[in-house]
Every structure is written in structure tokens, then in C-alpha cells.
Ligand binder design. Sequence first.
Ligand code: ZN
Length: 281
Amino acid sequence: MPELPEVEIVCRALEPAMVGRRTERLVFNRPNLRFSLPQGLPAQLKGQCFQSVMRRGKYIVVMAENGYGFVLHLGMSGAIRIEASPEERQAQKHDHVELFLEDGPRVVLNDPRRFGFLEALEEKSWKNYPAFAAMGPEPLGNDFNGPALAQAISGRRAAIKAALLDQKIVAGIGNIYACEALYMAAIDPRRGAGDLSADECEKLVRAIKQVLLKAIEAGGSSLRDYKHTDGKLGYFQHQFAVYDREGETCRTCDCDRIKTGGVQRIVQGGRSTFYCPEKQT
Ligand SMILES: [Zn+2]
């Protein structure tokens, strides 16, 4: 599933393609994805100029000049394609939503598994959208810092790995970046969240920011379905220290693989966690 870096990269490509351009037409090729598609939206957006494309957690929020817009979530397998010229336009299987921009590109949402969704939002009330109303701070923002994390996880018995996946504590982090950040901060993923010291919270926040920024720089992680809007792949998966590397040597660690058995995989809350049993305590 795309996490913050992958969604950020999609947003950065959508912004110059959409902002300042008008909708010629918005077409839904089926009635629903994970949820019903908003049938009134094509009429609300027709002829309207887009004003903003932003990311909140793993969601993309797009607004037009008349205050109408939508929220988009890529789900498990959703991908956005930006087709710059009419010659490039080629309908593909699973192209469920097509946005034709005046004198501009066509933006397509392709989603074979249909866990993604698109819902109508209005500018005046988008922050009340249920997922946003309860969402924690953006990890790359200034209000996500050591004391803020310490406060958010204080008294929590859940494992720190599970706490990082809780979007109410911090937005946008999923399984990959939680594992990588805990490794970088040398914190055992099984520790109770509320047991982390103030110093460890500082260290973890720094690790989260660093891992996310490095991933954005590398174009995100392309594991199964994630692609850039031009069809290219990210390459952060080649830099994983521990994620999906069970039994292998941790990439930046001097632990002895013969002794430790290499990167360990455990299951927490139904999700695989990868960690180094020596470095992470
Ligand atoms: Zn190691």
C-alpha cells in the first residue's frame, strides 16, 4: 500500500499538471471503487479551474475554484497516470476514473483491486472529513517532534510498532517506514509505546523524518503496484535496511548474522515486522 512518500510523489506530479487548468470532463467508468463514486461531482467540476492539490497522511485532496473538490486514496493497488499528449492516450484495463483537462493532460486513476476510493469534499468543510478530523500531525511538519510523540504515546501499552501505524498518533506511516524508522532509531519494535524515554522519542522522530525524506528522494518504494504518474518505478526498496529482508544481513549494522540469524521477522497485529535483534533494544 502506498505510504506517505509514495503519495507525496504522486501529489508533486499532479500539482503542476492540474493547478490552473480547467476540467473539460470528469468520467467515472464504473459506479464504485471501494465506495460509490460521487455521481454529482462531474457536474460540479465541469469548466472549473483547479486551485490546489495537497497531501494529508496517505490521502490526496484536490480543490477547484468554486470550493468543490475531492479526496482520493490509492488503496492497495491504485495508480495515477498523467498522459501529457493526446497521442499518448490509451485506455487501459482498470482505468476507472478519467479527468480530461482543457488544453492539458488526461489524469487517470487505474485500480485493479479497487481498494482505492474517491469521495466528494468541499473546501469549507474538508477538515471535518472523518479520517482527517481524527488524524495526528504530519511527520515532516514542525509540530511532530519528540515531546509531541512522547505525549501522544504516553501510557500506551500497545507495541511502539503498532502505535506508529495508528494514524491518530502520526499521519502517513505504514508498515515499511515504521520498520525502517525503528531500525534507524535502534528501538525494539515490541517495546510498549508508553515505555519509551524522552530521548528515545526524540531519536525516533528524527529517524522517521530521515527515512521519509530519503524515500521521497528515491522516488518511493515500488513493491507490487506502485508506479510514478509517468509509469516509472521508485527505487527506495533497494535501500531497505530491514524491511522484507528476513534472514539477511542488516544493511548498515555491524551485527554478526551467524550469531543473530540476520534480520528477524515477527507478526504484530497481523502485519510482518522486520528488525535487528542486536541493534534494536
Ligand atoms: Zn543488525
